[in-house]
Design a protein around this ligand. Structure first.
Ligand code: ADP
Ligand code: MG
Length: 259
């Protein structure tokens, strides 16, 4: 949605003074007050294939998508339809076979692995279904990791604050193996939010949790999302979770449908 400022509607909101109307300062001011939302993710004709023995398996076909800052999007679809593959490509964890992805203004599909890692470190959070915590690190150390990478001088305090926020103040020195599934997922969420991502990708974040814990995790993501204004892209089987998102798309045999 882009706004058009014609001389007519400019005069309505400005004093009746020709010199103001023609001043370049006024033009600049009008530009900056335009509330057109920022595009945070743009995907064009994305396809992805992998070699499987003698054959080539096409997992994603011509996916296009545009997402604005602060939006919440769910992607639902049957197992094997390509959801995790899509999420991994959008977050720059993997390189797509064909098509274009712009993430946070960066041409992800033209970047090498190191450059994609830099984009991720600057503004991308990822929550995996299987938590993916480092087993040899405590909860605190797992959450401190992205902060340490970003050379934060307050990594410990910040990680402690985040773990407290997700209700784990009493578990910060525990190792993943000493935590329940729900607790591990909360550590993963604290870690994902540690770098204050502009966009968070979550792959079935409640898939391995009982309904009560799952529901608490969902509340937490939306609460943190609202506090930081983070864009959410959630892959889920959970209709309740999908319903809480502003937009919902369905993955069907590698193609994205809906909204
Ligand atoms: N690296 C790979 N090699 C071969 N097949 C793969 C690979 N990654 C995914 N697939 C296949 O692609 C399809 C989509 O997988 P995935 O994206 O994990 O689906 P979903 O997350 O919707 O369950 C599945 O049939 C899966 O087996
Ligand atoms: Mg999956």
């Amino acid at each position: 949605m882009s706004r058009v400022y014609s001389p007519n509607n400019m005069t309505k909101s400005l004093p009746n003074d020709e010199s103001i109307l023609h001043s370049s300062d006024t033009a600049t001011e009008i530009q900056t007050t335009d509330t057109t939302p920022e595009v945070i993710l743009e995907v064009k004709d994305l396809s992805h294939s992998v070699k499987s023995g003698q054959h080539t398996l096409t997992i994603l076909k011509q996916v296009s998508l545009k997402l604005y800052a602060g939006e919440t999007l769910s992607v639902v679809g049957q197992s094997g339809s390509g959801k995790s593959t899509l999420l991994g490509l959008l977050a720059g964890l993997d390189q797509a076979s064909e098509g274009h992805i712009a993430l946070l203004g960066q041409p992800l599909t033209q970047l090498d692995e190191d450059q994609r890692a830099r984009v991720r470190a600057q503004g991308v959070g990822f929550i995996f279904q299987s938590f993916q915590l480092l087993p040899g690190f405590t909860a605190l150390e797992n959450v401190m990791l992205p902060l340490d990478i970003a050379a934060s001088s307050t990594a410990k305090e910040e990680a402690t604050r985040l773990l407290t926020q997700v209700g784990l103040a009493h578990r910060i020195h525990h190792y993943p193996s000493q935590l329940s599934g729900g607790e591990q997922q909360r550590v993963a969420i604290a870690r994902a939010f540690a770098s204050q991502p502009r966009i968070l990708f979550a792959d079935e974040p409640t898939g391995n949790l009982d309904p009560k814990t799952g529901s608490a995790i969902i509340d937490l993501m939306f609460q943190l999302n609202q506090q930081l204004g983070t864009t959410l892209v959630l892959v889920t089987h959970d209709q309740k979770l999908a319903n809480r998102c502003q937009r919902s798309l369905t993955m069907l045999e590698g193609q994205l449908h809906g909204d």
